[in-house]
Design a protein around this ligand. Structure first.
Ligand code: T1G
Length: 682
């Protein structure tokens, strides 16, 4: 197989496999067959881009039945990994060999579906049921050595084809071990395993539709003869394939990849070499950022003005690594290797040779400017100067240097060593090669880099502000924090706005608002309760009290009636008539303004495409991937519906609605032309 870049089993490949099998079966000189790949990996499975085409004939299950029922032995030489239908192809072969450093997997569940070409029926026939179930329900890639029973042998890449042909020749004339001939039967243990997996999954994969169907399909492998099990798998596959969740997750698969695509920059633009990085500030963010580079072998020097702060920062990093080692995610040797890559200094002079500096200091313009002025003096020409600012004007920061073309924003999300999202903020004068280097660097440190423009809050924080505003206002109007949080939690986010605010610290929002009084001057109603709480020292979980109360050592929020008393008092002062508010209104008022702000962001060219906003919101704020992200969700429910509801609240909420619920012109335009955000090109 040689269908670049990943041997997706497209129509051409499926047809090619059928032709090759028929040719081999018809040719008396052919005694056995080996299927392998000329590319770096065996196959990435079905061609996801074909799913929406509808014309999937010849369907993969039929191709694999032809392979499995072959009268001549078929050997799969799995090189470099096999996923989804690619692994299913190998399972339909009679013998399998693999190269030794790769992984295989059945990641269909991440696409809102399940292995639909026999994977749920053949894998449990070849490896232990619990391993098979875990692979299918979690979609996690598995090292071939962990399921070595699947392979005749696991060899060096250079040995693979030779060994596969040898196995094929030895198989000639022998009884063909078709996987489907292996008998399975259910048992109380299998029943218990499926039940237990169901319970675990409903917690871990809350709200997802496909995982439970994966379990049902595997269960059928133990309860039905192979042919009926295959039929049942097909029914469950079709059931999943036609859900909004499958459409959303398949959208997201490509959204994530296109987000990392380079903007219109000359192809021959050279990358700048990033051999050593400096981080200014060894606090939680600075330390987390530093870890990303140490994790991939790039040396980092951390700068703090005080030795004590520096020592504390390096100690925190070590503790993080030691925790990973305790969980078995790192060996002690890896911990030491990474720590060796991390050095500290209290002098800017030590940064004269670094290729990239990322400042992660206090979110205050005057502090940022001091740092960049100092960097401008000591850093070598061509060094990239990056700010981790989450809201401040990057252009204003760049203007305090003599090298605006070398300044860019690298907005990491906390915890920076965990969160996949990296907003790459392009300043007005940021050079193309700096942008290209930053986008490439995101991939190197295993982040999903999304290019955004300069405005308050860029994309993510600009949108989260309208969401938080509505939550605060709804509490004044009559909803309780726990009601609002439950609506959002049930919608699929990991937590509601008030639990999130307490977790992050209410003082963060408070401080940002203090620096933007003009913005909230129009109507401070939505943050008046939060401001009073912060001024009373109730800054959230870290203080044991914020919107909620927290028992010592516990993170579970306890509603506090006194907060509602504040809301009632403030509502009275502001002349807001409190009322019962429906869950639906809460959902619409928290999510639709988010979408509306995304539409404005697209109109202003702050994001390159709607799916980038989806990637930012899923990876940065936990928007449920089975809804595809806010803009995909709008396309799914219909832009017209979002517009209609924005207009409803624009009039229903009096002055407040008039100001905050003005529909974006893009929302109007798309609704009027019956178009979608997916089709919008900035
Ligand atoms: N279909 C179409 N395009 C694919 C693809 C696929 N399965 N996999 C990758 N691509 C594209 C991807 O969009 C990108 O394109 C390029 O290939 C490189 O991908 C019946 C129905 C295999 C681990 O879910 O997990 O089989 O951006 O950047 O980092 O049961 O690709 O360059 O234009 O990810 O080296 C199940 C999906 C399908 C595996 C390699 N299979 N792919 O990672 O490359 S459903 C999957 C991956 C199925 C059957 C069912 C990864 C990879 P572009 P990449 P990578």
């Amino acid at each position: 197989m040689a269908n670049k870049p990943v041997n997706a089993l497209s129509k051409a490949i499926r047809t090619g496999l059928i032709d090759a099998m028929n040719m081999a079966l018809a040719n008396d000189n052919v005694e056995a067959i080996v299927i392998t790949s000329e590319l770096a990996l065996f196959s990435a499975g079905a061609d996801i881009s074909e799913f929406s085409s509808g014309d999937l004939a010849p369907i993969l299950p039929d191709v694999l039945t032809l392979v499995e029922n072959s009268s001549k032995p078929v050997v799969a030489a799995v090189n470099g990994g096999a996923f989804g239908g690619g692994l299913e192809l190998a399972l339909a072969c009679h013998y399998r060999l693999s190269t030794n450093h790769n992984k295989v997997g059945l990641p269909e569940v991440h696409l809102g579906i399940l292995p639909g070409a026999g994977g749920t029926q053949r894998l449990p026939r070849l490896i232990a049921p619990e391993k098979a179930l875990q692979m299918i329900v979690t979609g996690a890639p598995t090292s071939v050595k962990a399921i070595s029973e699947l392979f005749v042998s696991i060899v060096e890449p250079s040995e693979l084809l030779v060994q596969a042909i040898k196995v094929a020749k030895q198989a000639v004339g022998k009884v063909i071990p078709a996987t489907s001939l292996i008998k399975l039967s259910s048992s109380p243990e299998i029943e218990a395993l499926c039940e237990q997996t169901k319970v675990q999954t409903s917690a871990k994969a809350r709200g997802f539709f496909a995982p439970a169907k994966c379990i049902e399909a595997v269960k059928a492998a133990f309860e039905l003869p192979f042919a009926q099990g295959l039929k049942r798998e097909g029914e469950l596959f079709e059931e999943c394939m036609h859900t909004p969740q499958a459409r959303a997750q398949q959208h997201f698969f490509f959204a994530e990849r296109v987000a990392g695509a380079l903007p219109q920059i000359a192809k021959d633009t050279a990358l700048r070499d990033i051999k050593q990085v400096a981080i200014i500030g060894a606090g939680t963010m600075g330390g987390g950022i530093a870890m990303n580079f140490a994790n991939v072998g790039i040396p980092v020097v951390l700068l703090e003005l005080e030795q004590a702060a520096l020592d504390k920062g390096l100690e925190l990093i070590r503790r993080n690594y030691e925790n990973s080692a305790k969980k078995g995610k790192l060996t002690q040797e890896q911990v030491e290797q990474r720590m060796e890559l991390l050095t500290g200094t209290t002098s800017y002079d030590d940064l004269s040779e670094v290729d990239l500096v990322i400042e992660a200091v206090f979110e205050k313009m005057s502090v940022k400017k001091q740092v960049f002025e100092a960097l401008d003096k000591v850093c070598k020409p061509g060094a990239i100067l990056a700010s981790n600012t989450s809201t401040l004007d990057l252009d204003e920061i760049a203007q305090c240097t003599s090298r605006e073309q070398d300044v860019i924003g690298l907005h990491f999300f906390s915890p920076a060593n965990v969160m996949k999202l990296l907003e790459i903020v392009q300043g007005a004068k940021t050079a193309d090669d700096v942008i290209k280097t930053a986008m490439h660097l995101a991939k190197t440190i295993k982040k999903v880099g999304v290019l955004v423009g300069v405005c308050f809050g860029f994309v993510g924080n600009r949108m989260i502000e309208v969401y938080g505003r509505e939550a605060g206002r709804l509490m004044l109007e009559g909803a309780t924090p726990q009601q609002i949080d439950k609506v959002i939690y049930d919608f699929g986010l990991p937590m509601g706005p008030f639990t999130m605010g307490d977790m992050a610290g209410l003082d963060i929002g408070y401080f940002v608002r203090q620096s933007r009084k003009e913005f909230i001057s129009h109507d401070p109603s939505y943050c008046t309760v939060a401001d009073e709480l912060v001024e009373a020292g109730r800054v959230g979980l870290k203080a044991g009290k914020g919107v909620y109360l927290y028992d010592a050592g516990s993170r579970s929020p306890i509603p506090d009636p006194s907060v509602l008393d504040i809301a009632k008092r403030k509502a009275k002062e502001l002349g807001i008539q409190r009322r019962d508010i429906s869950d639906q209104e809460i959902l619409e008022r928290c999510i639709y303004p988010l979408i509306n702000e995304g539409a404005n962001i697209l109109l202003e060219g702050i994001a390159q495409r709607a799916s980038d906003i989806d990637v930012i919101y899923v990876y940065g704020y936990g928007f449920p991937v089975y809804r595809g992200g806010p803009m995909k969700f709008a396309d799914e429910i219909g832009v017209k519906e979002v517009l209609a509801r924005m207009k409803h609240y624009e009039t229903a909420l009096g002055e407040y609605g008039k100001h905050w619920f003005t529909p974006s012109p893009l929302l109007e335009e798309l609704a009027q032309k019956q178009q979608t955000f997916a089709g919008f090109k900035a």
